[in-house]
Design a protein around this ligand. Structure first.
Ligand code: G3I
Length: 388
């Protein structure tokens, strides 16, 4: 229902192929389909029983019925042929980090600039990657003209026209869409984040967005995406409860929400502040609503971790390992997507720079695109995950 026949076939063929012709041979193991478990070494590296090179994250995840992928920015991906190879090899899903947001698509009220998003959609097609959209309705990435342009009289039409136009352009090509992003905010009326859409359409804007999206592209999975659920705090507990209530109410009204996107931005120094039994219960409660779960923006911010590179990498890897061991235990979790693939390009560099100005290291591949302990932790989590 969610994956068109074309994509389902491509995914099957892709998992058989395993390698990618991008002007550089990739040492992926061709017989990944019948590989038994990886032999994990003490240092976190792994080789298959026959000593072949490691499977990729894409292959390890797909063996268990899970999709692994990552976001990328058009300016970085399109200009870096080195990293293109690694996206094509390690990922089954590509997500434009910004190129499908209002701020990047709509520099004016009557113009859409799809060039960057089109390039990324074509790259995904050419490299046998599924493509997912992020995001149609959000209170950020608002172009300057929109705040004045949107009124209580035109906001509904503005939002629904945007959804129809953007989704219509890629209809039939999308694995999933983050229809609404970061809509929950404690302390606000109905626990809804302040936004143009909430204020000028009303609290029903979320249901309207999903119903419009379902008409715009009946083939894609429609996702409600949000964040800040992980830690064992009163705020996170309240956010989990408020979000479950919101999702439950929307589902009870028949709103066509198919999946819940949990962003999963983790903090390396807070690793022990997650109550995993409570978090596991939260995942179960989401699944009990009949929703699939995607971890949509996983990374580990290392700003508060020690400067020592090995120590920092070990702590980041441990955060991935512990989090994913709990998350992948939930059968409703069908995808794990990191917010970037390599430390070479990560939002963390500009949003959470380290006070010692050392380069940040939140992602599976390092700046030179080599696999880190974080890569091994994610790989091992997929390798040891229950089969879907
Ligand atoms: O495109 C403009 C460019 O024209 C201008 O010259 C430049 C300098 O001002 O800014 C560019 O826009 C930037 C955009 O990224 C594209 O690079 C925005 O300023 C900047 O705020 C924006 O940051 C993105 C942020 O979302 C806001 O949209 C980050 O890259 C992106 O990683 C981050 O991702 C979000 C998810 O969408 C939602 N979940 C949280 C996650 C992290 O904040």
């Amino acid at each position: 229902m969610f994956l068109s026949r074309r994509y389902a076939l491509r995914m099957f063929l892709g998992s058989l192929a395993g390698t990618v012709a991008l002007g550089q041979s990739c040492s992926t193991n061709q017989s990944s389909a019948n590989q038994s478990k990886q032999n994990w070494m003490a240092d976190g590296s792994s080789t298959t029983p026959t000593g072949e090179t490691e499977a990729t994250l894409r292959e390890l995840a797909s063996r268990k019925g899970v999709l692994y992928g990552a976001c990328a920015k058009y300016p970085e991906l399109s200009s870096d042929s080195e990293i293109m190879v690694h996206y094509a090899r390690e990922c089954a899903v590509l997500v434009p980090e910004n190129e499908l947001k209002w701020g990047e698509l709509r520099r004016s009220a009557d113009q859409f600039d799809f060039r960057a998003a089109d390039w990324m959609a074509d790259f995904a097609d050419q490299q046998n990657l599924l493509f997912r959209g992020h995001t149609l309705v959000w209170n950020q990435s608002i172009p300057p003209w929109l705040s004045d342009y949107a009124t209580p009289q035109n906001a509904e039409q503005l939002m629904t026209d945007h959804i129809k136009t953007v989704m219509g352009r890629y209809a039939g090509r999308m694995h999933s869409w983050d229809v609404v992003n970061e809509a929950v905010q404690l302390g606000q009326p109905n626990h809804l984040m302040q936004s143009i859409w909430r204020d000028r359409i009303g609290p029903d804007y979320i249901e309207l967005a999903f119903r419009t999206a379902a008409e715009a592209d009946p083939e894609t999975m429609l996702v409600f995406n949000d964040n800040r659920f992980e830690y064992d705090s009163r705020n996170a507990e309240s956010r989990r409860a408020a979000t479950l209530e919101l999702l439950g109410n929307l589902k009870a009204k028949g709103t066509p929400i198919h999946a819940f996107g949990i962003q999963g931005h983790l903090w390396g120094h807070l690793n022990h502040d997650i109550n995993y039994s409570r978090y596991r219960e939260f995942l179960q409660n989401v699944a009990d609503l009949g929703l699939k779960i995607l971890i949509t923006e996983l990374d580990v911010v290392d700003e508060e971790l020690p400067a020592d590179l090995n120590e920092r990498d070990r702590a980041v890897a441990a955060a991935y390992a512990e989090y994913l061991s709990v998350v992948l235990d939930e059968p409703a979790v069908i995808a794990v997507l990191t917010w970037g693939l390599s430390d070479r390009y990560t939002w963390v560099s500009s949003f959470f720079p380290r006070s010692d100005n050392l380069p940040v290291r939140p992602l599976p591949l390092d700046h030179n695109l080599d696999r880190k302990p974080a890569w091994s932790a994610i790989a091992r989590a997929f390798d040891q995950a229950p089969q879907r």
